[in-house]
Design a protein around this ligand. Structure first.
Ligand code: UD1
Ligand code: CA
Length: 497
């Protein structure tokens, strides 16, 4: 069992739990130029909407609703695997205000805080959402918007403030005067609302704007005009408010997210020789004193135990690596590498490969659905499939387990401390007993009993004079002749002494 993974420090939180979180994800995402809905594009091992859901789940809301529209079937199917997430379809994308109307329409009457976020803002963290809700409750606001000061605010809604600095409202870029466009504080599109104020203000939205949409942003001005408290929580980390609209932004966000993930693990005690070429999914867990060499990619549910070394140039997906194990220049999927085991260079471990403690899968070795027992070795140029290799076994170079007869796969067992000579073929199903031997170059089709040597190859036959007769005049024939002369001379000299 792997030990507890090191985690970023968790603080005791007393954040008000929202009555609902609404994630907006109905938009088309035309600029992705993709047959895959935008929010299903992936970075760091999760879809865009998966990142959104993971962040808002940290708020532990009573309801979590994702508003879907474009690519609804695919998005709904994708989210169907996530417990606690409901989807609601917005048939036509009539604006962000309309999207939230649709979401609330599908929910029971709510009391308390409603948080709204987007499905395409992958760097937003649960911690920032906690801070937003904390500020919202601490200031007793009716609406609190997450804002950021950015160098280039083009395209974003701008935050209007009065002389005291209180938030007056939001103006969309397309509706803004030159004066308003000079404002650099932008609307992230992420908010905490009082449920009752939100519901009432949504009922008052109009399409009286340049895009003819129902703007969620207008809720702030409406609430304020009704004398409600409207506030802003300014983040000093604008990355967390940035959305993904095309594949260039997807790559930029992927790199930044990876920078954050690698930095978090380094601070938690993991050595990375080159974090820029080390790619770690958000779902991966590592223990202290892991060493990751350049060109390592860790994906999915991969876990690496204390003191283990991975890399250079290795890809691991859904793999467990035990303490002090080593994986060098290899590709592993769904495999388990136990403590102090070693893999590579140039191994390919496929689902169900289990390399037990201190065992070895060496150079140019492929292993599938097989266990390699404690201290056993498959050191060179082998294929092992559907096999149970006992503790202390040595599998000679070039050995192949022939597990497939063209119709079905069969199992092979190699007993404890059995020695399989180089270049053997073990034709499954076959069972080699504990403590037996297979002679090099054997094609093994029948099992052994303990202590037996299996020799399964044609006996060698040497044909005298064949080269002189059949290859006369070649360099080989000359070499043979010269060697025979020397042997003759030696023989004569030997005799004369
Ligand atoms: C919106 C904000 C803007 C803010 C910006 C931040 C409004 C009117 N404007 O602008 O102030 O600075 O986000 O990125 O809210 N969506 C739906 N259904 C719809 C419309 C949108 O689900 O009918 C979803 C989209 O999929 C997207 C999000 O809402 O995830 C934002 O929509 P988008 O059209 O990109 O809004 P912006 O014009 O960027
Ligand atoms: Ca947008």
């Amino acid at each position: 069992m792997p030990g507890p993974a090191i985690q970023a420090e968790e603080h005791e939180r007393v954040t008000t739990r929202p009555a609902a979180v609404v994630v907006l994800a109905a938009g088309e995402g035309t600029r992705m130029k993709s047959s895959t809905p935008k929010v299903l594009h992936e970075l760091a091992g999760r879809s865009l909407v998966g990142h959104a859901v993971a962040a808002v789940q940290e708020l532990e809301p009573d309801h979590l609703t994702v508003v879907i529209g474009h690519g609804r079937d695919q998005v709904a199917a994708h989210l169907g695997q996530t417990p606690g997430v409901a989807t609601v379809v917005q048939e036509q994308q009539l604006g962000t205000g309309h999207a939230v109307q649709v979401a609330l329409g599908a929910l029971p009457d709510l009391d308390g805080v409603v948080v709204v976020t987007y499905g395409d803002v992958p760097l937003l963290t649960g911690a920032t959402l906690h801070e937003l809700v904390d500020a919202h409750t601490a200031d007793a606001n009716a609406v609190t918007v997450l804002t950021a000061d950015v160098a280039d605010p083009t395209g974003y809604g701008r935050i209007l403030r009065d002389d005291e600095g209180a938030v007056r409202g939001i103006v969309e870029h397309k509706d803004a005067s030159a004066e308003v466009r000079a404002i650099t504080e932008i609307n992230s599109g992420i908010y905490a609302f009082d449920a009752a104020v939100l519901r009432s203000a949504l009922g008052q939205l109009t399409t009286d704007n340049s895009q003819g949409e129902l703007y969620l942003t207008d809720v702030l001005g409406i609430a304020r005009s009704e004398g409600r408290r409207v506030g802003a929580f300014v983040t000093d980390d604008p990355w967390q408010t940035e959305g993904v609209n095309d594949r260039v932004q997807l790559a930029t966000m992927t790199r930044e997210l990876n920078r954050r993930v690698t930095e978090r693990w380094m601070r938690a005690g993991v050595t990375m020789v080159d974090p820029a070429t080390t790619w770690i999914d958000a779902t991966v867990t590592l223990e202290q004193d892991v060493v990751l060499r350049p060109g390592v990619q860790l994906h999915g549910s991969t876990h690496v135990g204390a003191g283990a070394e991975v890399g250079p140039d290795s890809t691991l997906r859904d793999v467990t690596v035990g303490a002090d194990a080593s994986v060098v220049r290899s590709h592993l999927v769904g495999a388990e590498v136990a403590a102090s085991a070693s893999v590579g260079p140039f191994s390919y471990l496929r689902p169900g490969a289990v390399i037990d403690e201190r065992a070895k899968a060496g150079a140019f070795v492929e292993i599938k659905a097989s266990s390699v027992g404690e201290g056993a070795k498959v050191p060179h140029l082998s294929y092992v499939g559907d096999a149970t290799i006992g503790a202390g076994v040595n599998i000679g170079a070039g050995t192949i387990v022939a597990n497939y007869d063209g119709v079905a796969k069969h199992h092979t067992t190699v007993g404890r401390h059995t020695f399989v000579g180089s270049d053997s073929v073990l034709v499954a199903p076959v069972e080699l007993a504990d403590g037996s031997y297979v002679a090099a170059g054997s094609t093994v089709t029948a099992g052994t009993e303990p202590g037996e040597l299996a020799v399964a190859r044609a006996r060698q036959r040497n044909v005298d004079g064949w080269v002189a007769r059949r290859r006369a005049g070649t360099a080989t024939a000359e070499a043979a002749h010269a060697a025979q002369q020397r042997a003759g001379d030696d023989h004569v000299e030997g005799e004369s002494v």
